[in-house]
Write a protein that binds this ligand. Sequence first.
Ligand SMILES: C[S@@+](CC[C@H](N)C(=O)[O-])C[C@H]1O[C@@H](n2cnc3c(N)ncnc32)[C@H](O)[C@@H]1O
Length: 165
Amino acid sequence: MMWFWIVAGITVLFGFVVARGAPYVPTRRKLIDKALTDLYPLSDKDVLVDIGSGDGMVLRAAARRGARAIGYELNPVLVVVSKLLSRSSLVSVRLADFWFVTLPLETTIIYTFGDSRDIKKMYHKAEQTASKHKKNLYFMSFGFAVPGKKPLRRDHSFYLYKVKG
Ligand SMILES: C[S@@+](CC[C@H](N)C(=O)[O-])C[C@H]1O[C@@H](n2cnc3c(N)ncnc32)[C@H](O)[C@@H]1O
């Protein structure tokens, strides 16, 4: 009986997220490493924000390049997993719904592995952030192009946009 409740609890935790954004599927390490080298060469001058950070795979890839990395994640299980796997002081993960968060002033690049339903709204959040902070930033999307916006660069399934502040 206890197993039933554990499985039911985990199913609910992973399932309820779908109402707020993309379900959990991690970006593959090899792909993100390539994107953060070729498409947007991330450096220690950058602060990457992953909106919907999953198990923190992208945050760790950013930290390996010396960048600060901040993740927002709705699923508490994934927040705990991220914290256990990401020991670098450059990585921080917050249990939060990113739609309700003001992204940090230092943000230089917003990353998302979102979904077709939300990608336009996510880009709009990047535009709001750039305009609020009055500075340009980059928006990298894995898997989904932003309808009506021309990417600065594209590499396989990654799209990079420059968002004017
Ligand atoms: C496709 S996964 C991508 C995970 C990670 N960014 C990666 O690329 O490996 C999307 C993640 O976003 C989270 N998520 C969805 N909607 C969210 C929201 N409104 N606020 C915070 N996290 C959200 C999900 O729980 C899931 O872990």
